[in-house]
Each structure stands twice: as C-alpha cells, then as structure tokens.
Design a binder for this molecule. Structure first.
Ligand code: SAM
Length: 257
C-alpha cells in the first residue's frame, strides 16, 4: 500500500475568535495592518517546493498545459498541488459522480476523473465550444475521455436544465468558472447534491482582495459573496484554505450536512 498525501501552504494570520482565546481583526488590508506584503519569490519558492515533493511527474498533464497554451487559451488551470489536493479529496470521499463548472483544457477534469472508480463519471460544464475541443483531445489522450461528459453552454442555464431534468445528485462538485456566478452556482449545486456531497470552490482569496471593505472588481465581489454564503449557510460545513501560487489565493471545501 502506498500513501497519497499533499501539503498545502497554509497561512495563518493570528485570526481566531475570542472564544478560542485569540484576536479578531476588522476587515483591512495587510498594508493597513502594518505588515509587509508577502514576497512573490517566497510564494513561488514554497509553491514549487510543494509541487516538486508531492506531485508526481505527469506527461499527460504537462502535454495538456502545452496544448491549452498552444490553442491560445489562458493559463488559468489549477496548480499541480491543488490538483493533487482535489484528487485526494475525491478519493477520500469515495465519490462516483463528479460535477465540474469550468473545464478550460480539462486539466482539473483529468485529475477528478482519475480519482474515480472505473464506473465513475465526471460531468463538466464549459461556456466555450473551442475549449471543449481542446479538453476533449486532452482527456482522451490522458485515457479518461470515456468517463467525462462535457456540456457546452452557460453553466447557469445548463445547471437549471439539469435540475429540471431531475438529474441524479453528485457526490463531489468543483466550482471554477466565472467568479460573478459563484453564489448562483452554489444555489443550483445544492439542488444537485445530497447529504455528504463535497463542494470545492477555487480562487476565493484573490491575493487579499477579499479583505478590502469595497471589493475592487466584480470578481472579488463575486467570491466575497460566495465565501459569506458557504460560511453562513446552515446546510453546509465549510472552510477556506489559503493556497500559495505566484500570489496567495484560496480554495474552499464545503460539506453538505
Ligand atoms: C479557471 S478556468 C477552468 C480551469 C479548469 N477547472 C482547470 O483547473 O483546469 C474557467 C473556465 O470556465 C469557463 N467559463 C467562464 N464562464 C462560464 C460560464 N458562464 N459557464 C460555463 N463556463 C464558463 C471559461 O471559459 C474557462 O474555460
């Protein structure tokens, strides 16, 4: 038996509730708190260290990123260590049915599919038909194409159609598309979930933009609303993990009660 594990860069800023014995701070930026901004080279160094130590070399995924780039698509796939985390989470939950919102070139989709048993299935939603073409090729080359269905269109509309059709609930959901839509997607995903479904969301810290009293853009506003929802919705138990890349970002894990 071999162990599969991942270490994430967790940054804790002395935040704990009074009941836990430590201090709450008001919403403010690192600069406003009088702290030095985190050095970018340090973030990259730590992130690379984790990737080197915990993420096995993977020809199919490397080719995936090359082909995604060659097709002129943006380099916005999850990082290797995030992929490793999701792979392990899916295995830990014993999921058979996975829903992904935001396919791009199928990098995360490949890892989600690989974590499933042979009769598992990933349904992944993608807005752009040209992304579907690249993802399909990448998924087939990685040997998981038969387990993945790509549905093209606006995720909000696709999810509505799935709910209307009474689609079987999913065991694991990964939300990684347009940030403005996250709160709405959560509401829809809840209707496609069961007790125990795990919902992961990406890009939820945005290098501290979520600390600003007024979100600097629509994307920060979208994820700030999402964070608040998953933290307060009584149907969920959630946590937000800081993730180190070239900047600090975040990934949430929620479990439907
Ligand atoms: C961050 S990328 C996904 C990355 C992918 N999950 C990975 O890690 O490999 C976001 C994707 O969501 C798609 N997208 C954006 N808005 C969307 C929408 N309204 N409905 C469905 N997909 C959307 C984009 O075209 C893009 O391919």
């Amino acid at each position: 038996m071999h162990l599969e594990y991942v270490q994430l860069g967790l940054v804790t800023l002395n935040y704990r509730s009074r009941t836990l014995g430590v201090i709450h701070r008001p919403n403010c930026t690192i600069q406003e708190m009088g702290m030095q901004p985190v050095r970018e080279d340090l973030l990259i160094g730590i992130s690379d260290y984790i990737d080197r130590l915990f993420v096995p070399p993977d020809d199919a995924l490397e080719q995936n990123l090359k082909d995604t780039d060659a097709a002129g698509m943006p380099a916005i796939a999850i990082s290797p260590s995030q992929g490793r985390l999701m792979y392990i989470l899916v295995k830990m939950t014993g999921a058979k049915r996975v829903l992904e919102i935001g396919t791009l070139g199928g990098y995360s989709t490949t890892l989600l599919a690989r974590a499933l048993p042979a009769d598992g299935k990933v349904v992944t939603l993608e807005l752009k038909p040209e992304h579907e073409v690249v993802a399909r090729k990448n998924l087939d080359r990685a040997g998981v194409g038969g387990m993945v269905e790509i549905r093209v269109g606006k995720a909000g509309e696709t999810l509505d159609a799935m709910i209307k059709a009474g689609e079987e609930p999913f065991d694991f959901v990964f939300i990684d598309a347009d940030k403005i839509g996250y709160a709405g997607y959560l509401n829809q995903v809840m209707q496609l979930s069961h007790s125990g479904t795990v919902i992961v969301g990406d890009n939820l810290i945005r290098h501290g933009d979520i600390l600003k009293a007024t979100p600097p853009d629509e994307m920060a506003a979208g994820v700030t609303a999402y964070n608040k929802l998953i933290a307060t919705d009584p149907r969920l138990e959630s946590i937000l993990l800081p993730i180190l890349k070239d900047k600090i970002d975040g990934m949430s894990i929620s479990r439907v009660k």
